[in-house]
Structures are given as structure tokens and as C-alpha cells.
Ligand binder design. Structure first.
Ligand SMILES: [Zn+2]
Length: 294
């Protein structure tokens, strides 16, 4: 990941200076995808729209604070303005912060409530994502004890905010049922004609639902394998199509006496576009393939 500009903000409670570090580009190559819709793809330019003041611990929306200035290290800026005072990096929410925020009308819109509840869910699930190593970001900070009641309350409230008529949200509602251990309801929601782009996710979640497994799952390898299989199937079909097409053109050319088995390829390269189009008949894609020269 490449560092982007650092933004300097003034806390509207304690008036101290807060740094927000951004990234300018990230690599999606190592991205992982989980069933709760969490992924490690780079989120540009800011991962969160809300943070915690490192000085006074108040919670804030980034776009609510007064911007003091920006230092773009990559663009040759090297020092923050001395007038901005001593600064510290903004903190991320911990689970308690999410619940304080939700209880105290911190979110201003339904979308923001949804955003907070999704992030709280992901934070809960991090313990299952990185159970042993915990990932180096969390190394110094022991995981908070799992509060099952808060986990359940958050998920049921989140479900109410999701729209069952939007397929990607229908899948999420089903995943919430699975994680709540309500497997029958999960299965009922998945019994639905999803768009092709969601079929693999549906199949993956359904498998764990049938095993009565309620833990969040990493589906990256499964999705990659499905993608590889689809590509392989396409290539096989395509090669078959080309093979049939070439044989079709060849037998037509031989039937008409314009080519023989031996000189077919050299003849086909000398045909005009119109002659070739006439000869290939319904194999409309054949002009895009490369006929061998001999
Ligand atoms: Zn503050």
C-alpha cells in the first residue's frame, strides 16, 4: 500500500490536532473476501468516515471537523505547519465506541446507522477471521470479550435496515440468520433465483448453513476456484466452437472446389472479406480467430 496525503483536523471538542493517514493506492491481489461482506480490498482513500480523537476520545465524523491542512509526502511536502500544533493519529472505534455512538444518535442518517452496524459486525467477527495470529494490527491489543447479547442485538437491528428486495442485501440477511444460528430462516432466504454474480456466494453460505455452522467464513479460495473453473469451461467451449467452425468452412470450401484438404489454409488467407463471410455461414465469430497459415 502506498501512503497518500495526511490530513490534519482540529477536534471540535478539545481543539487538539488529529492526523488522518490516507493511502493513495493499494493492491487488490492479496484481497480476501468473507461471508459477512468484509474484505481486505483497499478502501480508497479513507477506510472509515468516522474516527475517535486520540486526545479526548470523542467520536467524530471526519467531514464534520475543521481541516487545518494537508501534507502530501509523495508530492514533496515534508513538514506539517508548526501552527497546527502537536498532532496525534486518529483512533479507530472499538466495540464499546460503536454501541455508545449508536445509543447517542451519533449517526445522522439511516445509511450511517447501517455503516456503523456493518463495521461493528465486522469487528466482532475479526476474532474468527484471525483467531490465532490475530493479524499484526491487533497484536498489541487483546481482543475484547465476546458479548453475545450485543452481537445478537446488533445483527437483528442491522437486518431491519437491509432490503430483502435487493439481492446483495438478501444474501446478507441470510448470512445474519446463519450467524445467529437461525439456519432454517437462512435456508429459506437462500431458496431464491439469484443473479449469476451471487450464485457462488449463495452456494457457499448454503453449504455452511446445512452444516449448522454459524461462524463467518473466508470464501476467497472457493470463489477463485469457481472463477478458474468457469474460465476453463469457457475456454473448452470456445476451442470446440473454433474447431467445428474451421471444419465447417473447410468442408464447404472443398465441396465448392475452391480448396483441397492440403491447400485449405493458404486459400482461406487469400479470400476477400465478403467471400470469407459467405463461406463461414453462421459461425459469426470466426473472423476474430486466427487461422493457422498451414
Ligand atoms: Zn479531542
Amino acid at each position: 500500500m502506498l501512503p497518500g496525503p495526511t490530513i490534519y483536523l482540529e477536534c471540535n471538542v478539545c481543539k487538539n490536532t488529529i492526523e488522518i493517514i490516507t493511502i493513495s493506492s493499494g493492491n487488490a491481489f492479496f484481497a480476501r473476501y468473507w461471508t459477512d461482506d468484509y474484505s481486505t480490498t483497499p478502501k480508497l482513500p479513507l477506510e472509515f468516515s468516522f474516527k475517535k480523537c486520540p486526545h479526548c476520545r470523542s467520536l467524530f465524523w471526519i467531514d464534520d471537523l475543521k481541516e487545518l491542512g494537508v501534507v502530501d509526502w509523495l508530492n514533496g511536502d515534508d513538514e506539517p505547519d508548526k501552527a497546527w500544533g502537536k498532532s496525534k493519529s486518529a483512533l479507530n472505534f472499538d466495540l464499546t465506541d460503536y454501541f455508545i455512538a449508536l445509543e447517542n444518535n451519533f449517526p445522522r442518517t439511516t445509511e450511517e446507522i447501517k455503516d456503523l452496524r456493518m463495521n461493528a459486525w465486522w469487528l466482532f467477527n475479526h476474532r474468527f477471521r484471525w483467531p490465532q495470529t490475530r493479524n499484526f494490527f491487533f497484536k498489541k491489543k487483546p481482543l475484547e470479550p465476546l458479548n453475545i447479547l450485543a452481537f445478537h442485538n446488533n445483527l437483528t437491528s442491522l437486518q431491519d435496515l437491509l432490503n430483502i428486495d435487493v439481492q446483495s442485501e438478501r444474501i446478507l440477511i441470510a448470512e445474519i440468520y446463519r450467524e445467529l444460528g437461525r439456519f432454517e430462516e437462512c435456508e429459506r432466504l437462500l431458496d431464491f433465483e439469484f443473479n449469476e454474480s451471487l450464485l457462488n456466494v449463495r452456494e457457499f453460505i448454503l453449504r455452511y448453513c446445512k452444516e449448522q455452522n454459524s461462524v463467518v467464513q473466508d470464501m476467497t479460495d472457493y470463489l477463485n476456484e469457481k472463477q478458474r473453473q468457469a474460465k476453463e469451461k469457457y475456454t473448452l467451449q470456445r476451442n470446440k466452437y473454433i474447431e467445428y467452425g474451421i471444419n465447417f468452412v473447410k468442408s464447404r470450401a472443398i465441396d465448392r472446389g475452391i480448396a483441397t484438404e492440403d491447400n485449405f489454409y493458404s486459400v482461406v488467407h487469400k479470400l476477400s472479406v465478403e467471400e470469407f463471410v459467405e463461406l463461414r455461414g453462421n459461425y459469426k465469430d470466426l473472423h476474430t480467430i486466427h487461422f493457422p497459415k498451414s
